[in-house]
Design a protein around this ligand. Sequence first.
Ligand SMILES: [Mg+2]
Length: 236
Amino acid sequence: MRFAGVAAISLDLDDTLWPFQPAVERAEATLHAWLVKHAPGTARILPARGMLGKLRNDYEHSRPDLAGNYRALRIGSIELALALAGEDMGLAEEAYGVFYSARQKVEFFEDVWPALTWLSARFPLVALTNGNADLRLTGGGAFFRETLSARAVGIAKPQAGIFHAAALAAGVPASELLHVGDDFHLDYLGALNAGLQAAWLVRDHPKETAPGEYARYVTIRDLTALCCALGGPANL
Ligand SMILES: [Mg+2]
């Protein structure tokens, strides 16, 4: 597979440049340790550190009005834990700061750094995320001309507006922007519907999937394959 007429590339962050779940689990472990130390009553409410994730998800279900606002959801769930424990809810902001810094400690997939080095020397790159990763803290920011987050732009993937904002940031027409991401609906279909070119990053095809299942979509297995499809070497 080769792409034609690509003048710039936009990339999703979570699960595209690094695995998301391990980063969140590490951040929740850090937050749990902080809470138990600074608000000891929370140890009773959260006997296991994994319960922070459950509390966060339960809170999300109870607050559909906060959908997509990851900061508010996390702070709200921390306030809930503090309230249930009879601790000072005023600690929630500081606790969130601890979580947020820890959440930026990601481990990039092996192919990412060499691929971004190759791509950024040839194309303007724009990061496009619905999440709250900050490339200045994760590392890798120097590869990108700009980062657009759903929170800052006020429009989330898969809506066309955020893809058009990415094209504007890259300084190219939408049809010449290639978007790459792991989420079929948010990234791949969203980008195509917005008039961009798109590649669906599928790092691990489920084993039960029949060969050819993905044939009707433009898929890549990693960012090395993306470079290759853009005329780069097969072994970066
Ligand atoms: Mg993603």
